[in-house]
Design a binder for this molecule. Structure first.
Ligand SMILES: Nc1ncnc2c1ncn2[C@@H]1O[C@H](COP(=O)(O)OP(=O)(O)OP(=O)(O)O)[C@@H](O)[C@H]1O
Length: 246
């Protein structure tokens, strides 16, 4: 059985993984991961398709009960997860989706404020089917943020969006992070997305963290900054992408 997720006692550290293993049948996906994510850090996780990024994220979220494995996972109690699709319930209006499971007199006001923060003021009573892909992901972000998570786990949240919407969402996510300062772990297959958004980029490789890179550049960053090219080269090399493959 997978290890139980417990609350960390050291608030300076958001996530602590010790010797994390996960397997499906006889295929070992995560092979002894040791990792610490400091509180409030924006981290991206890269890796080839099938390298185990989502498996790692689900282990941190405590969403992998029944998966074979061992090791320790410590993570905050307040965790929100955003996926590639918004997972809004189609039969509930946007605000009701954001508020799902929230109690308290203040909940509706907080939900409206969260929707305003992601640029969806006035769409509270819309049905999810009336939203564009980008708007639906905005609503998913509002639903995540209204819970004031200490840790935001995002599994390719912009993977299904067009290039322009994606860039707008990058700005939004970074802005929201600056305002709320949760720890973020963003799973992506997009090297540029990782470099522009995150202050630390991890590469998952053969079940381990193959590269742990600090991106020490001020924000906002542009894709075209030449200095980011050096980080890109290092990450692409870690992913095994050489000039010949581009
Ligand atoms: N429930 C499952 N049962 C069996 N195998 C699984 C299961 N979930 C994932 N796997 C396998 O584990 C490996 C890692 O999957 P995972 O989804 O974590 O990779 P990923 O890096 O997120 O991939 P992608 O970038 O394509 O989303 C894959 O080979 C996948 O087929």
């Amino acid at each position: 059985m997978a290890a139980h997720t417990e609350q960390l006692t050291r608030p300076a550290t958001a996530v602590q993984l010790r010797s994390l293993h996960r397997s499906f049948g006889d295929r070992r996906i995560l092979d002894g991961i040791d990792l610490e994510l400091p509180a409030g850090q924006f981290t991206a996780l890269l890796g080839h398709s099938g390298s185990g990024k989502s498996t790692l994220l689900r282990a941190i979220a405590g969403l992998d009960h029944g998966v074979a494995g061992s090791g320790q996972v410590a993570a905050p109690r307040q965790v929100s997860v955003v996926f590639q699709d918004s997972r809004l319930l189609p039969w509930r209006r946007v605000l009701d989706n954001v508020l799902l499971g929230l109690d308290g007199k203040d909940a509706a006001r907080r939900g409206r404020a969260a929707l305003a923060e992601v640029g969806l003021e006035g769409r509270e009573r819309a049905w999810p089917g009336e939203l564009s892909g980008g708007e639906a992901q905005r609503a998913a972000l509002a639903r995540a943020l209204v819970r004031e998570p200490e840790l935001l786990l995002a599994d390719e949240p912009f993977g299904a969006l067009d290039a322009l919407t994606r860039i707008r969402m990058h700005h939004l996510l970074r802005e929201l992070w600056e305002r709320h300062r949760p720890s973020v772990l963003l799973v992506t297959h997009d090297v540029d997305e990782a470099i522009v958004l995150a202050d630390r980029v991890l590469v998952l490789e053969r079940g381990r963290i193959g590269l742990d890179l600090t991106i020490d550049r001020p924000h906002p960053r542009s894709y075209r900054e030449p200095v980011l090219g050096e980080y890109r080269e290092r990450l692409l090399a870690a992913l095994g992408v050489t000039e010949d493959h581009r």
